[in-house]
Design a protein around this ligand. Structure first.
Ligand SMILES: Cc1ncc(COP(=O)(O)O)c(C=O)c1O
Length: 300
């Protein structure tokens, strides 16, 4: 696969209030965010020029920063505008948008009270996390790493440091021929994939793990609202791994993954996308292409 490195592309990146040429968006190696993972980010998607649920993403970014003990020095409106401006500057309407806030270089030790907080927003074309074959369903291996207890890490934040175990889990899954990994929670229940939440159809109802130690995805909440609007009962609960065998239909949700059917979990469990997956997938695809004011009416 020919990789185009992310530091060698054409276009513009928004950095601390200004749009700068893509290749000039370089960071000093002695940055706190790099050494101590004092960084939070967002993953957003623009469809037809509208960033889906932009306010919700910006609010989560600001909150993620607060979970890590810092205040992003831009308002919600300024951050929203930065996302819109960077898309325009790169002539993109259908794209992935990545804001990131991090602690700077003023201090390089555990204590970092006087570091400057920076913010950048980049965007690029990224059709789907799982690529063109995703409709056949993805295969998930079981991760060795488990989602940490909320008292051991700021698990509600979309914080860079939480992705360390995600990358390790995904690499192991890929080495074993899977598309992604399913991570259990610290107490052994089903958690989520490395960058997406998970749903199971059981007895005609939709079951999804309670997001009490991992990211409560914006797509997850959207799909819950879409299901309820269709009269599908949604059960948020702790799901034991052995219960997955009772489900014949499963899918993952996330901004990058969108709604993607699951075909297999671990060596033995197989799933077939059925009516509920297909309905919610179609409803999600229709919703993301609506004007922002209509999105609010259909799925809060
Ligand atoms: C670990 C993790 N869980 C879940 C999600 C899904 O979140 P969202 O639907 O807000 O994109 C993501 C993606 O951002 C993620 O990285």
């Amino acid at each position: 696969m020919a990789l185009i490195p992310f530091d060698d592309r054409d276009g513009f990146i928004w950095w601390d209030g200004k749009l700068i040429p893509w290749r000039e968006a370089k960071l000093h190696v002695l940055s706190h965010g790099l050494h101590y993972a004092s960084a939070v980010f967002e993953g957003e998607r623009s469809y037809g020029g509208n960033i889906f649920k932009l306010d919700a993403h910006t609010d989560r970014l600001i909150e993620s920063g607060r979970h890590l003990g810092f205040e992003i020095p831009f308002t919600r409106e300024q951050i929203n505008q930065a996302c819109i401006d960077v898309l325009k500057a790169n002539n993109l309407t259908d794209a992935y948008v990545r804001p990131l806030a991090w602690r700077g270089s003023e201090q390089l030790a555990v204590s970092a009270q006087h570091t400057k907080i920076h913010l950048m927003v980049a965007c690029w074309q990224w059709p789907n996390l799982f690529g063109a074959d995703r409709m056949q369903g993805v295969r998930l291996g079981i991760a060795d790493w488990q989602r940490p207890h909320p008292k051991t890490a700021p698990t509600a934040a979309k914080a860079a440091g939480l992705y360390m175990i995600g990358t390790l889990s995904k690499h192991k899954a890929e080495a074993e021929g899977y598309n992604d990994a399913l991570m259990y929670t610290w107490d052994g229940f089903v958690g989520e994939a490395t960058g997406a939440n998970i749903f199971f159809v059981m007895d005609g109802k939709l079951h999804t793990p309670i997001a009490d130690c991992f990211l409560d995805g914006i797509t997850r909440k959207t799909v819950v609202a879409l299901a309820k609007a269709r009269g599908i009962e949604v059960v948020e609960r702790h799901i034991k791994p052995e219960e997955m065998a009772q489900s014949g239909e499963a899918f993952v949700t996330g901004t990058a993954a969108e709604v993607t059917p699951v075909r297999q979990i671990g060596p033995e469990l197989t799933f077939t996308p059925g009516q509920i997956t297909e309905t919610l997938l179609a409803d999600y695809e229709a919703l993301v292409r609506m004007a922002p004011e209509d999105v609010a009416k259909h799925a809060a």
